[in-house]
Design a protein around this ligand. Structure first.
Ligand code: PMV
Length: 342
């Protein structure tokens, strides 16, 4: 097959991944646990170029516009791995549509690289199982390894490339309320911030060693269907990650006063008996973890902070039919302009 389309959803970590023990292979310093969402998918079509046809370089469009050089290089890097596996040098056209609203402030790389891994494997004719696809997505962005899996996913740190992939985990029914807060800091990429945390934060070793224990406890809470314990561990993991990041030199502050105000309201809701727990990634936006029954109430109580989106557990990444418009070769590429992340 020389064309394939795949769709994947973002995920939010309950036990965070923060730090690599191998930058090239993207092997994490510790395992992590996440929930794949049922909102904001990315749909990506990979179409192999006719080898006789210039240009002999990958072309990447994001939401209909040529992506910038950095994003295209990241896509090409993943395609190089696929080409190695497939034993070909054929370049590709990659067209990606991300349904994440810019204002949502949610990283698009997890869904983006999960969709790319599945579509590229299909287009290059590789027959990879879920673990192999998760390992492939991991090479684009660590957290993408988990978007291969529907619902709760554990990304085992593993010992090497072959053993570091995400798997499905049984657990209680969960929902998330994503709050988009618009008082963001100047962003430091997760890649750079992870590096700086490992190199300069005196709390990095403590973060890594405590995360292994947090993950074990969180997996036990999943087995027990214990939402309260899983939620407590989720909030602890996020705050410990941010504590390690805050202690960098120079420091990085992702959370803003607006973020802390949401954490305070979440605590207030808990004191009223609502099972709700906060988490936040590498930015100011806060995500509330709760149960499907409480999601509406949590959303109503938090939406004065910013636009709220309710999500349940979403599906695994999967191939989908290619739309006729994506199957036809595009015109010659235009010079890159600013674009978003893959
Ligand atoms: O996959 P990356 O390199 O974008 O890192 C993601 C890191 C966090 O979102 C902050 C935590 C996580 O586990 O998803």
């Amino acid at each position: 097959m020389s064309i394939a389309t795949a769709r994947a959803h973002p995920n939010i970590a309950l036990v965070k991944y923060w730090g690599k023990r191998d930058e090239d292979l993207i092997l994490p310093a510790a395992g992590s646990l996440s929930l794949t969402l049922d909102v904001f998918p990315t749909t990506t079509t990979v179409r192999l170029q006719d080898s006789a046809d210039p240009p002999a370089q990958d072309v990447f469009t994001l939401n209909g516009a040529p992506a910038d050089e950095k994003a295209t290089a990241r896509v090409s890097h993943l395609l190089d791995i696929v080409r190695d596996l497939a034993g070909t040098t054929a370049r590709a056209h990659v067209d990606s549509i991300s349904e994440i609203p810019v204002a949502a402030g949610l990283a698009s790389s997890a869904a983006g690289f999960a969709a790319l891994a599945v579509a590229a494997a299909g287009a290059y004719g590789l027959d990879l199982d879920t673990a192999a696809l998760s390992r492939l997505a991991r090479r684009g962005s660590g957290s993408a390894s988990r978007s291969l899996i529907g619902g709760l996913a554990v990304w085992n740190a593993g010992q090497d490339d072959a053993t570091s992939y995400a798997e499905s985990v049984d657990g209680p029914d969960l929902a998330m309320v994503l709050l988009s807060l618009d008082r963001g800091q100047k962003p430091v990429s997760s890649r750079e911030a992870m590096r700086r945390t490992a190199a300069t934060s005196p709390y990095y070793d403590g973060w890594v060693s405590s995360t292994a224990a947090t993950l074990e406890q969180a997996l036990a809470a999943c087995r027990d269907g214990d939402v309260a314990r899983l939620g407590e561990l989720t909030e602890i993991s996020a705050l410990r990650m941010h504590a390690a990041i805050l202690a960098c030199e120079p420091p990085i502050r992702y959370l803003t006063p607006a973020s802390w105000a949401v954490f305070a309201d979440i605590e207030q809701l808990r004191s009223e008996g609502v099972p709700v727990y906060g988490t936040a990634d590498a930015g100011p936006n806060v995500v509330a973890l709760t149960t499907p029954e409480h999601a509406e109430l949590v959303s109503q109580r938090l939406e004065h902070h910013g636009a709220a989106t309710i999500s349940g557990a979403g599906p695994a990444a999967t191939t989908v039919p290619t739309l006729a418009a994506d199957a036809t070769p595009a015109a010659a590429p235009t010079p890159p302009t600013a674009g978003g992340e893959a």
